[in-house]
Each structure stands twice: as structure tokens, then as C-alpha cells.
Design a protein around this ligand. Structure first.
Ligand SMILES: [Zn+2]
Length: 452
């Protein structure tokens, strides 16, 4: 029994509330408190969501606040769910409030950019919160990915020392203790503040569970009449759009700028990440209200789907299409090769089937697209070569994590390469691991083959 639970503050993260409950509870350590709070301390604790509560705590909390209210108004739900389809939204809310499902099963949660590794805070909000509430707390809006500014005080958000990830070493770190007062940085330029306010407005708006206009259709409509949609109205110039966005957002100090691959996937309706959709929409000058409450005719929605998106009808001009898709093929192939698209970093093997699926076009079209085919061929490799790269990558990673001693069982697990296959990959290690590392990997792979 945790006992006294303070009131949750406006725009406070549930995590922050739990931190304060802990402080007021008299429990000696965060670990002991989490033992009471969570179903299992290792099971899905979360800084962005509620986490898996134990049944008694769940009951106690439900008596104070409806679980829906907590999820909608005090977690990062609006960020991850904002642009997914209505059925997925309803399902996500149901699962989060009833079986405390791990949010990773419900949304695509992008890896964090360097600017979003720690919980962020505003130095002036701390002062204000201490005056009004007697303590500082973690604000939800400050934690939006790519959010650079406190819109209220027009100053820069600062990184705390508290990791934003819900990592294995999950502990409660109350803002009141973690944060010290410091000088606010006011060098925010107007456009940066505008973009921050735009993201905030979209984030804070009550989540619409009925609207079914896909974000891709709204963005498509926003491109009409711009140079990013070729005059026929059927071909998007994604490269031009991506280049334009790079320059624009760099100037306003946005760190994690949408890549051409992400833009392509978003425009073709395959992805709906908050950060990518808001960047494209802001760049195109679509007002927040227009993104949240689109007024598109059926024809407009249909038009966006008919537009020459990768799965659409047959292009009139294959050369132009080949040209247009080339940067997307190049970046996607590279992403697969370097393991950037699987979320783990494990080097992938680029095949025609995998690449076409990632880009969203059918493989038989590639016959008409020599340039894109070239991008594929550049990254093609044999199974053995790929196993070798995976072994080298996994070994390097383990060496850092385990601070020295690496066992075969770890190498097997992280690389995903079985011993028999690893044996076949050994001749290929040379190109991918330095000599010392190559020898160490070889020794590990061969040790199980020694008699006794
Ligand atoms: Zn502030």
C-alpha cells in the first residue's frame, strides 16, 4: 500500500507523478517503491506511458483518476497515436488502459536522436512550478521529440541527466531533486518558436478517435500548387522536398530532420510518425488546424491515392520515375545494409525482395529502372559475407557492453548467426573486422568444435 497520492499537475507525465508519490511515500528507495507499484519491476516500466501496474495499485489509482484520462492527458500517447488510423487508435487506448500493453507493440517508436536522449526541462518553468506547487515536475510537452523550446517562456529547453529511455535500470528520479536552477537561454529565433508552438498545438489537441482522413492525403493536398508536385499533379518531387526541408530545419536548429526515406514512406501512407508528419506539414505551410481537422473532399482523398505513389498505377515515363526513386532506393538500401531500418543496428542483407518491400514497389518494376537496380546491386552480398559483418558488428557491440569478456552464447544471440554458419563466414571476416578482432571471433567460433 502506497498511501498518500498527491494530485497530478497540469501536463505532468505519469512517470513524474509516480516520482512525487515515491518522495511523499516514505519508501526508502525507488526500487522498494516500484516493487509496490508495478506488477513486476522488470516488466515494462515506462517513462512515456503508465507501465504495468500491479492490480492493487491499479484499483487505487482508478479511484482517483480514470485510466483513460491519465493516458490521454499525462502520457506521450498523443505523440505516438496522433496520426494512426481510428481503429488502431481505439485499440491502442484500450490495450494501454486495460492490460498495460507495452507501447512498442502498439506504435512505431523511432530510435532516439542524440538531442532526445534525456528528459528535457525549462529553467523558468522550474522556478514557476516551485513557486506555485512547491516543487518542480517533469512536463509532458517538453518531452515531445525534437521539441527545442518552452513555448510559454520562449527559452531553450535543457537536457537533464535523467535518461528519457525506459531502460533496464529504471528508477524514479523526481524533477525536484534532479534539477537545479540555471540561467535560461533566450536565443530562440521566431521560426523555431513557431515550429515548437505548432508541434505543441497538435500534441495538446484532444485525440480524435473518429476522423479517418489519412495524414498522407492532407500532406498531398498541401503540396498542390507547389513545386513539390510536378505540373501534371501526378508526380511528387520528393528529392526537392527533402532537400528543402533539410536546409529549412537546419536553420532553425532542429536536430532530427526527416530523411527522404521517411518522407517518401509518410507521403505514400506507410508511416505516420508525429515528428515526420509535423515537419512536412509545417514546411508546406499547412496550418495546425488543417492538419487536425482536415476538410478534404472525397475526390481530394482519392486523388492523393491515385497519385503516382510507388504502389499506384504504371508510370508514364519510366526514366523519370527511375530518376525520382533513385535517392529513395539508395538511402533505403544503405539503411538495410547498415542495420538502421531494423531498429537494432544489426547489419541486414540487401535483397531485391526486401528492398522493394521497404520502398513499397513491386519487384517486377525494377526491370524498367536501371538506376534503382544499380543501387540494389551496389549493396548485394552473399550470405557468408553478411554473417561475417553481423559477427563483427555484434562482437564490437558486446566488447563495449560487457567491458571485455565476450562469450560465444552472447555473440550467437546478438549476431543471430548459428555456429555452423559462423564457421562458413570466417574467411570473410577480414574485410569487416580488424586483425585482432578477427582472431578473437575465430577463436570463439572454433572453440565449440574442439573435441572435449
Ligand atoms: Zn517554461
Amino acid at each position: 500500500m502506497i498511501g498518500f497520492m498527491p494530485e497530478i499537475y497540469p501536463d505532468e507525465l505519469v512517470y513524474s507523478w509516480f516520482c512525487r508519490c515515491f518522495v511523499h511515500s516514505g519508501y526508502p528507495t525507488s526500487k522498494a517503491f516500484l516493487g509496490e507499484l508495478l506488477f513486476n519491476r522488470h516488466c515494462n516500466p515506462s517513462k512515456e506511458f503508465v507501465g504495468h501496474l500491479n492490480p492493487e495499485m491499479e484499483q487505487e489509482i482508478r479511484q482517483i483518476y480514470p485510466m483513460e484520462e491519465l493516458v490521454l492527458e499525462h502520457t506521450m500517447f498523443p505523440q505516438y497515436a496522433r496520426f494512426i488510423g481510428p481503429e488502431n487508435k481505439k485499440n491502442a487506448l484500450h490495450r494501454l488502459t486495460n492490460d498495460f500493453c507495452d507501447a512498442h507493440h502498439l506504435f512505431s517508436i523511432l530510435p532516439r536522436d542524440e538531442g532526445d536522449q534525456y528528459l528535457k526541462y525549462c529553467p523558468l518553468c522550474i522556478v514557476e512550478d516551485r513557486e506555485i506547487y512547491g516543487e518542480a515536475y517533469w512536463h509532458r510537452t517538453h518531452q515531445i521529440r525534437n521539441m527545442p523550446v518552452c513555448t510559454k517562456h520562449k527559452c531553450r529547453l535543457e537536457n537533464s541527466g535523467v535518461p528519457a529511455k525506459s531502460s533496464q535500470s529504471f528508477i524514479l528520479e523526481p524533477a525536484e531533486m534532479a534539477l537545479e536552477e540555471r540561467q535560461a537561454r533566450n536565443d530562440v529565433i521566431p521560426l523555431e518558436w513557431e515550429f515548437a508552438s505548432y508541434m505543441e498545438e497538435i500534441f495538446q489537441e484532444p485525440v480524435d478517435f473518429e476522423g479517418s482522413v489519412p495524414a498522407s492525403a492532407i500532406l498531398y493536398a498541401g503540396m498542390e500548387g507547389t513545386k513539390y508536385l510536378k505540373s501534371t499533379g501526378k508526380v511528387r518531387n520528393t528529392q526537392l522536398l527533402a532537400d528543402g526541408m533539410q536546409g529549412y530545419f537546419k536553420e532553425i536548429h532542429i536536430k532530427d530532420i526527416a530523411s527522404i526515406y521517411q518522407i517518401q514512406r509518410t507521403l505514400s501512407g506507410q508511416r505516420t510518425d508525429f515528428s515526420i508528419v509535423t515537419q512536412i506539414a509545417f514546411f508546406l505551410g499547412i496550418p495546425a488546424h488543417g492538419l487536425l481537422h482536415p476538410r478534404l473532399s472525397k475526390e481530394q482523398i482519392q486523388k492523393s491515392q491515385d497519385a503516382r505513389c510507388p504502389k499506384g498505377d504504371i508510370p508514364e515515363d519510366w526514366n523519370q520515375y527511375d530518376e525520382e526513386m533513385l535517392p529513395i532506393f539508395q538511402q533505403t538500401a544503405k539503411g538495410i545494409y547498415q542495420g538502421k531500418l531494423n531498429g537494432m543496428g544489426r547489419p541486414g542483407r540487401v535483397t531485391e525482395r526486401l528492398l522493394c518491400r521497404a520502398v513499397g514497389i513491386s519487384p517486377h518494376r525494377l526491370g524498367n529502372m536501371p538506376k534503382c537496380r544499380g543501387a540494389l546491386e551496389k549493396y548485394e552480398e552473399s550470405y557468408e559475407e553478411n554473417w561475417a559483418r553481423r559477427l563483427a558488428w555484434a562482437y564490437g557491440k558486446l566488447k563495449v557492453e560487457k567491458e571485455g569478456k565476450v562469450y560465444w552464447s552472447d555473440l550467437r544471440r546478438v549476431s543471430g548467426v548459428k555456429r555452423e554458419r559462423a564457421g562458413k563466414a570466417l574467411p570473410y571476416l577480414k574485410g569487416h573486422a580488424g586483425r585482432g578482432m578477427g582472431e578473437e571471433i575465430t577463436a570463439l567460433v572454433l572453440e565449440g568444435k574442439q573435441p572435449g
